[in-house]
Write a protein that binds this ligand. Sequence first.
Ligand code: ITT
Ligand code: MG
Length: 208
Amino acid sequence: MTAAGSVRVHLASRNAKKVAEMQRILAEHLPGIEVVGLDDVPAYDEPVEDAPDFDGNALIKARAGFAATGLPTLADDSGLCVDALNGMPGVLSARWSGPPKSDERNNTLLLAQLHDVPDERRGAHFRCSVALVDGDGPAGETVVQGRMDGHVVREVRGEGGFGYDVLFVADDLPGRTTAELTKQEKDAISHRGRALRELGPVAAARLR
Ligand SMILES: O=P(O)(O)OP(=O)(O)OP(=O)(O)OC[C@H]1O[C@@H](n2cnc3c(O)ncnc32)[C@H](O)[C@@H]1O
Ligand SMILES: [Mg+2]
């Protein structure tokens, strides 16, 4: 606890737009935490995200953050799974078009890969795993998941969100890409919103 009565929690992500989304959702569903970012702690070796699934990568990032800072640590691993690409880019979403990471190049590559895929086979979903690590071993680790179903459109649209949002239309709010939704609309249906809302009560019980 800090003097203000809040619990300090390290958020181990280098993606500023993802961090902004997480902070927004956490403020509503896990009030009373003070988020400590990667720039607020002494630099540590950030791990390679080489697990085969989202849960594994979220745990890798959260364990490294907890080990380095001693603070309860949250990490998100997420990505877009495209049916016509057998679930890819999936855990490779951030680096789909190779280094250095670029949302714009990733989107251009994805559009090219789906060029000949007809509308009825452009299904896709976002997935998000969020890990909270505040101790060693299974007792100190919680992982929650969220998912958002939809499809990939044929041209980029919208200014909001980040990553593949400009190419994705969600089944729950059709007609606009998730980059054209308000922040509140995206949070209400997103993979990240769903995961963090599930984490809220668990984390509230743990972080006291
Ligand atoms: O690992 P950290 O440091 O948190 O940052 P990152 O950007 O590398 O994050 P991930 O490894 O989890 O990769 C997730 C990628 O999936 C995409 N993605 C995840 N959530 C998304 C969302 O809500 N909207 C659009 N694209 C998203 C986006 O391209 C991200 O770069
Ligand atoms: Mg990453």
